[in-house]
Design a protein around this ligand. Sequence first.
Ligand code: PLP
Length: 510
Amino acid sequence: MELREPLIFELSRAGRRAASQFPPPAGAAEVSAAAEVPVHLRRAQAAALPEVSELQVVRHFTRLSQLNFSIDTHFYPLGSCTMKYNPKACNAYAMLPEFLAQHPFAREPQGFLACLYELQEMLKAITGMQGVSLTPMAGAQGEFAGVAMIRAYHRARNDAARNEIIVPQAAHGTNPATAAMCGCIVKEVPCDAGGSIDMAALKSAVGPRTAAIMLTNPSTLGVFESKIVEVAQIVHAAGGLLYYDGANLNAILGKVRPGDMGFDVIHMNLHKTFATPHGGGGPGSGAVGVGSRLLPYLPIPIVGREGARYRWLTERDLPRSIGRLSGFMGNAGVNLRAYIYMRLLGREGMARVSEFASLNANYLLKRLQAAGYEAAYPGRRASHEFIITLKREATLYGVTAMDVAKRLLDHGFHAPTTYFPLLVPECLLIEPTETESKEELDRFCDAMVAIRREMEQTPEMLRSAPHALPVRRLDDVRAAKQLNLVWTRPRGDIGPDGGTAHREGEVALR
Ligand SMILES: *Cc1c(COP(=O)(O)O)cnc(C)c1O
């Protein structure tokens, strides 16, 4: 018989209680939110919440947190996602009560605005851009803002026929999606065998309809576009602009600036590179930076400074702005963490980030190659990430990139990114990040060596992995499309509300 942990609902016993961890201070007025809810919208019966003790609650949530992989517990080499360790101090400072107490409509709190202003200035300095807006709340929204600015620029010059966006074959999926969302036509250009943009194809793709090219550099193939200056010349000469997808800046921080490469606009994922964890659907910040051509179009509000005073710049100051992207000014908490992180690192610290990001990636690549794994671009130095391809192993042993990824979970490692970029068959995109130690990288390599041995001797172990986790191999499509989290009380069980709630029309969890 399979032993299973009880669900929290099954632990419920009528009348069992836990004490509130944070009782209101003595003398504080009792606030009843319920009194503010119109009578016809109030519940007739109390919600059927489980009635459990404090210890049961603690065990429940602790156990749940351990069922998953996290950066605090596991190496997490998920390429293109930068799942690195974020110093707890950044979060602690951003959560200071003086910050938390600020309401978005507070009258321009000077300390808070000073931090955001300095963050704008630092982002300008590290990217080589002329202006920055912090309001986009995700990388994809930053891209949207960037392409909206590019369109506004061409329209203002009576050049509105420019509606083609060039993206290389290896682009992140959000790039073509953004172009389409902004009403543009996507033109794909291929990469050559070394992973660089095919220059001949680029030359024939540009023309009088070119609005822009969207590039990630280093690309999602994990290599630096060494002809970037020539690419910029070709696109600019054709009348187009250059968009830099700066979701991952940890390969270039403090070393090279998109503005110097010739880019006109960039978005940065502050939630990947700058101390907010990425993933799990948490808050993000996709700050955008622009060169002189696009300065008038930046999304508002922006923090401006007049003498010693900081204030919000709005449509009055920037009448040609593309407008607002969020309820107010974006995710202030994420922006604050980025500010604190950059202040903690300083200039030298930021350069060390990129040095270790690329050292770790190149070390891991070399060790995996020595263990028999095939690099997708063996002639190229890795940036902060690299790709191995298992196409040979797929034919030799009948195992796939997915099988290796699943088996890694059994060894206690989160899987690398699989099957992206689409252009490399059976690929794993591996990003160790700058925060891992050599010992941890070695442990990962040892696991990959062990998996390689299994591939040759007992490939079935890979095909049926994972073996050591609470759930085995899932049907990915069903898990995503038919995820069922509804719990139904079994018939006859008398709960706190008499056992009548949540019965009809619901699907049981198991
Ligand atoms: C993560 C990522 C994005 C999208 O960022 P979101 O915040 O997830 O919208 C865009 N481009 C690249 C290269 C990325 O890695």
